[in-house]
Design a protein. Structure first.
Length: 303
């Protein structure tokens, strides 16, 4: 409902990057640039300075950014107030999920929810944790489900469940003989890891750092863009990796991979991330309550 040019401006101003804003908004970079140029023509002033490969807000841009924050908050309050007044639990929700969660957790959750709430239209967008948090910040999605830590204190973060991270290797690998694997055992071999911005990678890097492993061990790893690609590379004998235990049940059953617990153990949280909103959206509350129950059942199963 809000002005598209202002939405695009808001995304660029938050991220201070035309490229990242284009990715978050699912637009081409020239389209983003065109929208910003249109807004600058409307105000007859520059809103961004672009020097030395850096994007910064001009004084006018800072004023527009502050007002755009207030405008989007008011839009959100208005829409939510009407939904609350009418007790409307229909409509649509856009959910964003990081790759591991979208592939191994959400399909059954959303399938069950949709079967019980046919009037709610669901859309799913997939990105890494960094991308999903940016989408929540910029109101591109209603709810994010991520596997990495979220540091933005302006967002509501609610832990869903705890996920154990494990080492994976081929059955013939030397590490397959061990009961548990330490960080020092791990870095003796070629590492396969996710791309920058992935929650899985961030958790693994932090863990190795705490265990006293040189960060260059991860910097030199083979980077791949999805859990399936990582597992395929490990199966092919290209190295070892650390992945979510939730993502490897099929490979363990088939015997194509072996998983080993880490020593000390490594766990992380799967979390819901959303904007702090004054008014509750019935459809969102319905989905969150359904997801909380789903996560509680999954936790009991894990135990």
């Amino acid at each position: 409902m809000s002005d598209r040019r202002l939405q695009v401006f808001h995304a660029v101003a938050r991220l201070l990057s035309f490229t990242k804003a284009a990715e978050v908004l699912h637009m081409t970079q020239p389209a983003v640039t065109f929208q910003i140029r249109q807004l600058e023509e409307q105000f007859d002033t520059r809103l961004f300075d672009r020097t030395h490969n850096r994007v910064t807000l001009t004084e006018a841009g800072q004023v527009v950014y502050e007002y755009s924050e207030k405008i989007f908050d008011l839009y959100s309050e208005m829409e939510n107030a009407i939904r609350e007044m009418t007790d409307d639990i229909s409509g649509s929700l856009t959910i964003g999920a990081s790759t591991t969660i979208s592939e191994y957790m959400l399909p059954s959750l959303l399938g069950d929810f949709k079967s019980k709430n046919a009037d709610i239209k669901l859309r799913l967008r997939v990105s890494n944790t960094e991308g999903i948090v940016s989408m929540v910040e910029n109101n591109v999605i209603d709810l994010g489900v991520v596997e990495g830590p979220v540091t933005n204190k302006n967002l509501l973060v609610e832990v869903c469940r705890t996920d154990e991270m494990v080492l994976i290797c081929p059955p013939s690998h030397e590490l397959a003989k061990l009961d548990k694997v330490t960080a020092k055992d791990l870095v003796k071999y070629s590492l396969i890891c996710r791309e920058e911005g992935s929650g899985t990678r961030e958790v693994m890097v932090d863990y190795l750092s705490i265990q006293g492993v040189d960060k260059h061990a991860v910097n030199n790893c083979l980077e791949l863009g999805s859990p399936e690609a990582v597992k395929g590379a490990v199966e092919a004998g290209m190295g070892v990796s650390v992945v979510s235990s939730a993502s490897i049940s099929k490979e363990i059953k088939l015997g194509s991979l072996v998983s080993k617990p880490l020593n000390p153990p490594l766990t992380r949280d799967f979390s819901f991330v959303r904007q702090r909103q004054k008014f509750k959206v019935p459809a969102m509350e319905e989905l969150l309550e359904f997801a909380r129950i789903y996560c509680q059942r999954a936790k009991k199963t894990d135990e």
